[in-house]
Write a protein that binds this ligand. Structure first.
Ligand code: ASP
Length: 593
């Protein structure tokens, strides 16, 4: 039987000068197509690279015709001979730049319609167009590289675990609805009218149950689903490396992660990470960087201004301090080519206000004193301000006051982030750090009760065990976050493995015993049967890949993401379903009013 098409004997990235004289078949897409009279140059592309195919001007009329009919992105098969390019035609930018393939036969395998955008290095088309034609967007070199990079990262992670005692275990994706902080995606049961499965927000409870079962080291690359409103760079589904271990304390989990990331970064990027990552308590991270995910690629630390602000005549400062609030400052350094104009200071203030600041004050260090802004309220103590802050001529002291310490810190932190980027202070590279000693609970102002800051299965630190209920806000948890370049890369905790303690936490989070029995009965049941102490963590794979790829959006490292409105323009999902499908599921749609 004759073969259906000429199958490739080499890829478009593989041929070198040493292949000179070989007859080869290439399969790929027409990337660029140039004519010089009867001479055709075709850049043929596949996943592996690009090869220049030449149809010489003395080629047969059939070959000339075939070449003349080619259009961009036609999928073709080329048979030809590898020849060295003349010296002045060698292209050092191309891996195959020393050779070209002199075509003898060209077959069109499939034609291409009018393209919605050019297949290029990076696709600059509108995002919705990119996502509508994602299969074409993925042909662009940038996406090809990022998807391959993601593969390398996941492969390195798996290889790391395969060298250890960890078992890779899958957990179900149709589970009981056990909200973990976000809203569950629900799946109606056809067989049991009125009942639902949920898609997991993470495998949290299942990995804990695996510990009860004795699989003391578990990992999984798990898909997680959270039905949240579209906001920022979120996706409805994301991937995490899910890890749980028995008989561990916090530092065992942190060491494992340091070792894992050390290995992955060495393998994938040839970058050597420090053996241990810096650790910051939640309090210190907030107090110094105004964030629980500080970007440590630059300094610009913030400080307490109370010592001098309390002696000023600026009411906003003195009153805030008298009422137990905080005043913090940052010294914005004098920077070549950067002016602290009123307009720019206004932009910084706007950034602070997003986080609750009422305003941002400033004064400039100039000629051995402070001038402008709020400097007049520091009359007579200018030298003290300079000495306290260490501000030098040309630096600007930026201050934020707030009744609420956290709001003061996060507002000033927003200014710090803006400055870091605008002044070009961010060093290239990777700065990991651990944030530890988080509060276990947060107060939900809207609903008027405490809730878990991470999730409800995290262990309070031992010293708070007796007094949890008295002052939930003061309780610190055995919680840890891994931060990379200002992004929260992973969260984890040592878990509760005691029924009574677990119930106390549920109660503090406004979940009475009847409700917790109903919702989390299987976990509480399992904990009756000698659960081992355990803990874990879950680094986000999308975010990790995004940072390593030096991108700003996780969409750039996901093959088929949803858009910012949580829709898929490509398959037009979510979509209506047929009446029959709804009937089978015992559902009817309430028409929106
Ligand atoms: N299940 C947690 C999450 O998805 C991670 C963990 O505590 O291991 O954030």
């Amino acid at each position: 039987m004759e073969e259906a098409f000429m199958q490739r004997t080499a890829t478009c990235g593989s041929l070198r000068a040493a292949d000179e004289g070989k007859t080869v078949v290439l399969n790929g897409w027409v990337h660029r197509d140039r004519n010089h009279g009867a001479l055709h140059f075709i850049n043929l592309r596949d996943r592996y690279g690009m090869t220049q195919v030449v149809v010489d001007d003395d080629a047969s009329p059939e070959l000339q015709k075939a070449a003349g009919e080619l259009k961009l992105e036609y999928c073709i098969a080329v048979k030809g001979t590898v020849r060295r390019r003349p010296d002045d035609m060698i292209n050092p930018e191309m891996a195959t730049g020393e050779i070209e393939v002199k075509a003898e036969r060209i077959d069109v395998l499939s034609k291409c319609d009018v393209l919605p955008f050019m297949i290029d290095e990076e696709n600059n088309a509108r995002e919705d167009l990119r996502l509508k034609y994602r299969y074409l967007d993925l042909r662009c070199n940038g996406m090809q590289k990022r998807i391959a990079l993601r593969h390398e990262i996941v492969k390195a992670i798996r290889e790391y675990f395969y060298k250890t005692d960890f078992l890779e275990i899958e957990t179900p994706t149709l589970i009981r609805s056990t909200p973990e902080g976000a809203r569950d995606f629900l799946v109606p049961s056809r067989i049991y009218p009125g009942k639902f499965f949920a898609l997991p927000q993470s495998p949290q409870l299942y990995k804990q149950l695996l510990m009860v079962s004795g699989f003391d080291k578990y990992f999984q690359i798990a898909r997680c689903y959270r039905d949240e409103d579209p906001r920022g760079d979120r996706q409805l589904e994301f991937t995490q490396l899910d890890i749980e271990m028995s008989y561990v304390k916090r530092d065992d989990v942190l060491s494992l992660m340091e070792d894992l990331f050390g290995d992955v970064f060495r393998k994938v990027l040839n970058v050597e990470l420090p053996a241990h990552f810096r650790r910051l308590s939640y309090h210190d991270a907030m107090n110094t960087y105004g964030s629980d995910k500080p970007d440590l690629r630059f300094g610009l630390e913030m400080h307490d201004a109370a010592s001098f602000a309390s002696k000023s005549t600026f009411n906003a400062f003195t009153e805030t301090l008298a009422a137990g609030g905080a005043v913090k400052y940052i010294v914005a350094p004098k920077t070549e080519g950067h002016d602290y104009t009123r307009k720019y200071l206004g932009e910084l203030e706007a950034a602070a206000k997003i986080y609750g600041a009422h305003g941002m004050a400033w004064m400039k260090a100039d000629g051995g004193t402070v001038t402008g802004g709020v400097s007049k309220f520091f009359a007579g103590m200018e030298k003290e301000v300079l000495a306290e802050t260490g501000a030098k001529d040309g630096d600007v002291i930026l201050l934020v006051a707030h009744q609420d310490w956290k709001k003061c810190c996060t507002s000033m932190g927003a200014v710090r982030s803006r400055l870091g980027a605008d002044l070009g202070l961010i060093k290239p590279g990777y700065e990991f750090c651990w944030i530890i000693d988080f509060p276990l609970f947060e107060y939900n102002e809207d609903e008027g009760h405490w809730e878990a800051a991470h999730h409800m299965f995290s262990m309070p630190q031992a010293e708070y065990l007796e007094t949890l209920e008295e002052n939930p806000g003061a309780v610190k948890g055995d919680l840890y976050d891994l931060v990379l370049n200002g992004y929260e890369l992973a969260s984890g905790s040592i878990r509760i493995h005691d029924v009574e303690l677990q119930k106390r936490i549920f109660r503090i989070c406004n979940i009475p015993d009847e409700v917790s029995k109903e919702r989390f009965g299987f976990l509480l049941d399992a904990f009756r049967f000698s659960p081992p102490p355990h803990g874990g963590i879950a680094p986000g794979i999308d975010r990790l890949c995004m940072i390593v790829a030096n991108e700003q959006s996780i969409k750039e490292v996901i093959a088929f993401p949803k858009n910012t409105a949580a829709l898929s323009p490509m398959d037009d999902s979510p979509s209506p379903v047929e009446e029959k499908q709804l009937e089978e599921l015992h559902l009817s749609i309430k028409k929106p009013e």
